[in-house]
Design a binder for this molecule. Structure first.
Ligand code: DQA
Length: 159
């Protein structure tokens, strides 16, 4: 089945969060800060609303569930903002799912600057498909991710 040409007016942006991000605000606050995932959802909702859009905000600790949600976004969403968390560095399955989303704007977000951390965090499978990658901007990176999906959709509508 081919993808309908979605805009922010017709479909939400899927904002996906990988493992352990349910503990945001509690887990290693010196690295990830004190904002909770509910705060991040609120930020994404407000940012998308500024572009006349909505978000579908989800978190899972399970790789297969994230794969299923990417399949859902493939047809039903305007774009994806994803913080794959530890699966960034391990998951060919997430990359394959994202590679099945032809033409869908995808932005990868990391709260921390993964390049200033352990070497195993320097490689991300997801980056091979992402249209943009944001790292080290704290939870504000999610707002930048939503903004960039909106910008890519606007560019495509104009072009
Ligand atoms: C993270 C960075 C990953 O390396 C780590 O496994 C996470 C969070 C970030 O947002 O900075 O869980 O994606």
């Amino acid at each position: 089945m081919t993808r309908p040409a979605h805009s922010l007016a017709t479909a939400p942006i899927m904002v996906l969060n990988g493992p352990n991000l349910n503990l945001l605000g509690l887990r290693q606050p010196e690295i990830y800060g004190r904002a909770t995932l509910a705060d991040v959802e609120d930020l994404c909702v407000r940012t998308a609303a500024g572009h006349g859009g909505t978000v579908d905000f989800r978190q899972s600790n399970h790789e297969g569930e994230l794969v299923d949600w990417i399949h859902e976004a493939r047809l039903g969403h305007a774009g994806i903002v994803i913080n794959p968390a530890a699966y960034s560095h391990t998951s060919v399955a997430l990359l394959d799912a994202l590679n099945a989303c032809d033409g869908l704007p995808i932005v990868e977000v990391h709260i921390s600057n993964v390049h200033r951390r352990e070497a195993f965090r320097h490689h991300s499978y997801v980056s091979l498909r992402a249209d943009g990658v944001i790292a080290g901007c704290g939870v504000q990176g999610y707002a930048f991710g939503v903004e960039h999906v909106a910008a890519l959709l606007a560019e495509r509508a104009d072009g």
